[in-house]
Design a protein around this ligand. Sequence first.
Ligand code: AMP
Ligand code: MG
Length: 342
Amino acid sequence: MSAAYGLMAMILGIESTAHTLSFGLVSQDGEALPSSSDLYAPDEGGIHPREAADHHSEIAGHLLQNLMETNSLNSSDISAIAFSQGPGLGPCLRVGASIARGLSHSWDVPLVGVNHCVAHIEIGRNQTKCDDPVLLYVSGGNTQIIARKGGRYRVLGETLDIGIGNMLDKFARTHGMAFPGGPKVESLASKWLSSDSTRTLDRISLPYAVQGMDLSFSGIMTAANQKVADGHPLEEVCWALQEHVFAACIEVAERAMAHAGKDELLLGGGVACNARINEMARIMCDERGATAYCPPKPFCVDNGTMIAELGRRMLSVSETTELSESAISPGLRTDQTIVRWN
Ligand code: AMP
Ligand code: MG
């Protein structure tokens, strides 16, 4: 038992929905510790689910050992095992679920299957102390605008095709930048901003796809690729692409806040690491007397700690997952999970 955490047992969380395998910890009173994570980055092309799953299997033992040693913990310090039950890629989810079942059995502690999307909300609430936000969830595979109402996190709007992060990754890959592309697009966009004092979008119009409360990103990606082919500097296209897609997300988020009567906006998912979308969120919230929140970057990207945190909240209302109920759920929706905790 580590001196730092006294007699406080920890909840172990396992994240394996897609490219990231991650183990994380929260104490029973909600102190979130850094995760031990590794990212599967393909040499070329997008994520191959089987190869990502092989990566997860190979690295799991090392990551878990690293987490336990870093925090001077042994198995008797762990009071429950939480894992991502869905949504995600089947082969990847299966690796995390198998490890979770094995640890729960051999350490004789409860198993808690959690909804990955809901975990992004709960780690954001844990980290920022916002209470009842609209969540703008912008990650690789998911883009959703979510608010809690009537015991569920309701999806008020979402992408009709690909996730915003996948779009940035694909666009970047087309122009020779390896996964993850989002941070590279951000740094080229900043470069353009510092070189172009006019900051005008007049030279480069892109389709802006907001459809009611929904969004789409594949058309704008095609159009942005065409702008590069037409001879626009890549930096300029990166900047214009960010301006368009982030504005679309913020527009829908603002409408969701107005409809749902909420005055907090929480960002989550890997794209929430981007400084520009944070700036836009702040400006929009300032203008309507609301507050924008974003957790620290390690808790925006997929991480095991967020899974542990949702597991902790579910345990607080005595929710655990029997072995017979622990099958993965690749198509799990945000609003399928009944929210009984605070
Ligand atoms: P997640 O799926 O939540 O783990 O997030 C991964 C996604 O976040 C990938 O698509 C990354 O390209 C994207 N991402 C990470 N950092 C940034 C950034 N600074 N700007 C834009 N996208 C980012
Ligand atoms: Mg995610």
